[in-house]
Ligand binder design. Structure first.
Ligand code: SF4
Length: 417
C-alpha cells in the first residue's frame, strides 16, 4: 500500500505520450534544474575522468540551485554523440536529475490532491502519439513522493480574482465548467474560446464570495448555460483589434518564440532588431526560431477561416489539458489568480493561431493545417507559465492589457476566423 499522503488524480485519457528518445528536451531551449543534493551526487559520479567531459563546465549556478550546462551547439553537456544521456547510460534512469526523470510530466498540488500536467513542448505530446496518459500512472505514483513533498499541501488556493477568495472545491467546479465549454459540440473552436472569455468575465463578481457551495454551483451552471447559448448565436464579426493591441500582441508573441537558453550568446544587436520589427509589424516575421518561414507580418492578418476539426484538435487538446491539470493559475502560473490565469490561457488561443498561421503561410496555405497547429502548441507551451520573462512587471502589464475583455475577444475572433 502506498504511503504517499497525496491523492493522485488520473491524467486525461484523451492525451497520449511515450518517449521515443528524440533528445529534443535535452537540446537548446530547456533549462534543466538540479538541486544542490543532485549536484553533489552527480559531481561524485566521477565525470572529470570521462574523456568527453573532462575540463568542461557541467553545471551553472542558478539562484538557490543549478542548471546543467550546454555545449556550443546548445545541447546538454551530458548528451552523448548518439543523442543519449550519459548519466542514464552509465548509472541508470534513477541517477538522473528528477527534472529529467519527470519530464514531460509535472505534478500540480491542489490541497491533498495532486493533478498531473504534461508539457506540450515534447513533440510526442503535441502530436498525441504513444499510450494514453493513464497508462503512465504506476511510474507517476513512484515519482510523486520525490517530486511533491508533503509541505506542498500547504500551497494556498489562488484567489478567484483580486481579493475575492476561492476554495479547491470551487476551483474544481470552475475547471469542469470551462472544460465542458471547450468540448461543446454545438460550437466551433473560436466560439468555444470566445465563450470562455465571456465566462471568465461573468465570474468577476465580488458577490460570489457570499454564496454558499450549492448557490455557487448553481450560479456556475446558469452562467455556463447562458454563455454557451450566446456563443451559439455569436456572429463573431471579424474586425481588426486596435493597432496598439496588435503591436503589444506581436511583442508578446516574440517573447513566446524566444529560444535562448542559459549560457547562450547574448546577440544583443539581433535581439534589438527583432524587437523593432515585432513592434512595427513591417516586413517579414523575424526568424526567431530556425524553422520560422520567411512570411510577411501582413500575411498573418488575413482571414484564414475558423480552424477545422483537424487543425483545432491539438489546440483544444492543449487548452483542455492545461485546464484539467489546474496548470493555468496559482503555483502553476506565476501565482496568478484563477480568472487572471484563465484569461491568460485563453489568450494563448490567438497566439497559437498566429504561430499556426506563420507555419501554414510558409507552406503557401491560406487555411490552417494540423501540423502547423501542433508546432504552435510546442512553441507556446514551452514558455507559458515557465519562462520568468513572462512574470516580469513589463510583461505582466502587457498581458493584462491584452486580456482586457474586449481586446481579448477581438484577438480571439481576428486570428480565429
Ligand atoms: S522530447 Fe519527448 S520524446 Fe523526445 S526525448 Fe524528450 S521526452 Fe522523449
Amino acid at each position: 500500500m502506498s504511503s504517499s499522503p497525496w491523492t493522485l488524480l488520473p491524467p486525461p485519457g484523451f492525451q497520449r505520450y511515450d518517449c521515443v528518445g528524440c533528445g529534443a528536451c535535452c537540446r537548446g531551449r530547456f533549462a534543466i534544474g538540479v538541486t544542490p543534493e543532485e549536484y553533489a551526487r552527480i559531481m561524485a559520479q566521477g565525470w572529470e575522468a570521462d574523456p568527453a567531459l573532462a575540463g568542461k563546465t557541467l553545471f551553472l549556478p542558478h539562484g538557490d540551485h543549478y542548471v546543467t550546462a550546454y555545449d556550443a551547439a546548445g545541447a546538454c553537456v551530458f548528451l552523448d554523440e548518439r543523442g543519449l544521456c550519459r548519466i542514464h547510460a552509465k548509472f541508470g534512469e534513477a541517477a538522473k536529475p528528477l527534472a529529467c526523470r519527470l519530464y514531460p510530466f509535472r505534478f500540480i498540488p491542489a490541497g491533498r490532491q495532486a493533478r498531473v500536467s504534461i508539457r506540450f513542448d515534447c513533440p510526442e505530446v503535441a502530436c498525441n502519439r504513444g499510450r494514453a496518459l493513464p497508462a503512465h500512472l504506476p511510474a507517476l505514483r513512484a515519482l510523486l513522493p520525490h517530486a511533491l513533498p508533503p509541505a506542498a499541501m500547504d500551497v494556498p488556493v489562488p484567489p478567484l480574482f483580486g481579493r475575492v477568495s476561492c476554495t479547491w472545491d470551487r476551483l474544481a467546479r470552475i475547471i469542469d465548467a470551462v472544460d465542458r465549454l471547450l468540448c461543446a459540440k454545438s460550437l466551433d473552436v473560436t466560439r468555444r474560446v470566445a465563450g470562455g472569455v465571456n465566462f471568465a468575465a461573468l465570474l468577476r463578481n465580488p458577490r460570489l464570495s457570499a454564496l454558499n457551495e450549492r448557490a455557487f454551483a448553481d450560479f456556475l451552471t446558469t452562467v455556463a448555460g447562458k454563455v454557451t447559448e450566446a456563443a451559439e448565436g455569436d456572429a463573431l464579426g471579424r474586425t481588426a483589434p486596435p493597432a496598439l493591441a496588435r503591436a503589444a500582441f506581436r511583442q508578446l508573441a516574440g517573447v513566446y518564440a524566444r529560444a535562448d537558453y542559459r549560457g547562450a550568446p547574448a546577440r544583443l544587436g539581433q535581439r534589438f532588431a527583432t524587437a523593432v520589427r515585432l513592434l512595427t509589424g513591417g516586413g517579414a516575421v523575424p526568424a526567431i526560431q530556425p524553422d520560422f518561414p520567411a512570411v510577411p507580418f501582413s500575411a498573418l492578418e488575413d482571414a484564414f477561416g475558423i480552424p477545422d476539426a483537424e487543425a483545432a484538435e491539438p489546440i483544444i487538446r492543449y487548452l483542455r489539458a492545461r485546464v484539467l491539470s489546474m496548470g493555468f493559475c496559482g503555483a502553476a502560473f506565476y501565482g496568478r489568480a484563477v480568472l487572471d490565469g484563465l484569461d491568460a490561457l485563453l489568450f494563448t488561443y490567438p497566439l497559437l493561431l498566429w504561430f499556426a498561421r506563420l507555419f501554414s503561410a510558409g507552406r503557401n496555405r491560406s487555411t490552417l493545417d494540423r501540423a502547423a497547429a501542433e508546432r504552435a502548441v510546442e512553441i507556446v507551451d514551452h514558455q507559458h507559465g515557465v519562462t520568468p520573462i513572462l512574470n516580469l512587471p513589463s510583461e505582466r502589464r502587457r498581458l493584462s492589457f491584452l486580456c482586457e475583455r474586449t481586446i481579448l475577444r477581438s484577438l480571439v475572433v481576428w486570428y480565429g476566423s
